[in-house]
Unconditional design. Structure first.
Length: 328
């Protein structure tokens, strides 16, 4: 049966969307827009069970207060731009810019297998072959360029003041083989005004949460942009190293117990292999983190500050500037 959705302008204008979804999750389905033509670079997100009042209020706030720049040649922020209605004129979702064509999540770069190429591991993604291999200068440079594009997108989100992404992880950043990036699931961001939470974040993933996350959560304090900066540093490390910064090591006493056999516990105890607690860590042989030692010293320090010094954690502006200098 044809799905009927409407754009509320001067009157209710009928959307025409692809029958095949662009994506489907637990709460909503995303469809490509065919008509009206002025929105042919957009998609619509339809919630399975309609929009609750709090969701409508959140979306109203976001539509009225977008980042200054949501689209550029290098990035897209898939930000709510307007409501979508059903035949009864109820709000059922919203429309937003769609991700760049031929995008996929960053898993393709974030998990390295020794002796394996992208071509051998991801046979269905030929556009990515040979472009991002860490064995070539061009491959490393392309990874750095992608990090720079991600930094630019998050800089725009953070510059809008009210927003913390919170659930930052490779699955929520889509990318093309040319390095263009799209930030998705924006309707789950935390929205806060100073120390007052207006709309809480919908989710967070422990393996990417900063050490201070638990105390902030327990004390009902708003999360801050520095939470995002920690999570993004983890993602950046994965893009360059192919593994999580708190994995691929042997823990020594008193951390050689089952309590620390998960990434979140290691994060909470600042057990980064090149951090201030490295005396409690024995590097494996061969060391899967060895590529870190080949990075420019300034980039190494950016990671060490991100993981070891919460008060000096690099901002997205810092990452933009440093990556620009390295690439230049």
């Amino acid at each position: 049966m044809e799905r009927l959705y409407y754009l509320h302008n001067a009157e209710y204008k009928h959307f025409i969307v692809d029958e095949k979804p662009l994506g489907k999750g637990g709460q909503a389905t995303v469809y490509n827009v065919i008509y009206p033509s002025r929105l042919d670079d957009c998609c619509i997100k339809i919630y399975h069970n309609g929009c609750k009042e709090q969701t409508i209020e959140r979306l109203k706030y976001m539509i009225a207060h977008p980042p200054a720049i949501t689209r550029s040649a290098a990035f897209r922020i898939c930000w709510p731009e307007g409501f979508v209605y059903n035949e009864q004129h109820d709000i059922v979702g919203f429309y937003m810019p769609k991700a760049f064509e031929q995008s996929r999540d960053l898993y393709i770069l974030c998990y390295y297998c020794k002796g394996k190429t992208i071509a051998s591991r991801f046979k269905g993604n030929p556009a990515w072959f040979d472009k991002f291999e860490r064995t070539s200068g061009e491959g490393v440079r392309n990874r750095l360029k992608m990090m720079a594009n991600i930094s630019q997108a998050f800089y725009q989100i953070h510059k809008a003041n009210d927003y913390v992404v919170l659930d930052v992880k490779p699955e929520n950043i889509l990318a093309t083989a040319t390095g263009k990036v799209s930030i998705v699931d924006t309707d789950s961001f935390q929205i806060a005004d100073n120390q007052r939470i207006i709309f809480p974040g919908a989710a967070a993933t422990p393996e990417y949460c900063a050490p201070e996350f638990e105390s902030q959560y327990n004390q009902h304090r708003p999360f801050t942009k520095t939470n995002d900066c920690f999570s993004l540093a983890v993602v950046f490390y994965q893009i360059l190293m192919g593994l999580h910064p708190y994995s691929g090591m042997q823990l020594l006493e008193p951390y050689d117990t089952d309590e620390y056999n998960n990434l979140a516990a290691c994060i909470n105890r600042h057990l980064f292999v090149y951090g201030s607690n490295k005396r409690y860590i024995k590097q494996l042989s061969p060391n899967p983190h060895m590529f870190f030692e080949r990075l420019p010293r300034q980039l190494q320090l950016m990671f060490i500050k991100a993981f070891d010094a919460p008060n000096y954690r690099p901002t997205m502006e810092d990452w933009c500037k440093e990556l620009y200098n390295i690439l230049k």
